[in-house]
Design a binder for this molecule. Structure first.
Ligand SMILES: [Zn+2]
Length: 144
């Protein structure tokens, strides 16, 4: 065993001597762990540092409706043009708005992460509602 691995395992054992963490694989309690492996599932474990909080999850949850509506409306726009020989300005507008929205969402990711958690959730959730409304608008304007 390398010296660095030995050191890392010592830190892991010291940490788990005080804090009760669940095995990330099987959920078994690791309090008082003896070696570097989970006694239940045998998976090798290591101590690591990661960013605190759920910032990236709420950012990702907000990106889904933006990118999804943009993708869906552009695909649908092309299909309607090819199959039905029809064009919808409402659909085109939705595609542009959500495309620009997705670009802004990616561009200002850092600013989003620094918002208060409640506001982040509200923004991300609001985008899903907006996507739903946009879907209804497009459906209305492209109905047969
Ligand atoms: Zn385990």
């Amino acid at each position: 065993m390398s010296e660095e691995r030995e050191k890392r395992e010592a830190f892991l054992r010291a940490y788990l001597a005080e804090f009760d963490e669940a095995c990330p694989v099987c959920g078994y309690s690791l309090l008082g762990l003896e070696g570097g492996r989970c006694p239940e599932c045998g998976e090798r474990l290591s101590l690591c540092v990661h960013r605190d909080g759920w910032e990236m999850y709420s950012w990702g949850i907000g990106l889904i409706p933006l990118a999804g509506v943009m993708f869906w409306s552009s695909l649908s726009l092309i299909m309607r043009a090819v199959v039905l020989d029809k064009f919808s300005w409402a659909q085109f507008g939705v595609m542009i708005c959500f495309g620009l929205g997705a670009m802004a969402w990616v561009r200002w990711r850092r600013a989003f992460i620094q918002l208060k958690p409640g506001l982040r959730g509200l923004l991300a959730g609001g985008l899903w509602i907006l996507a739903f409304i946009a879907g209804l608008v497009v459906m209305y304007f492209t109905r047969p």
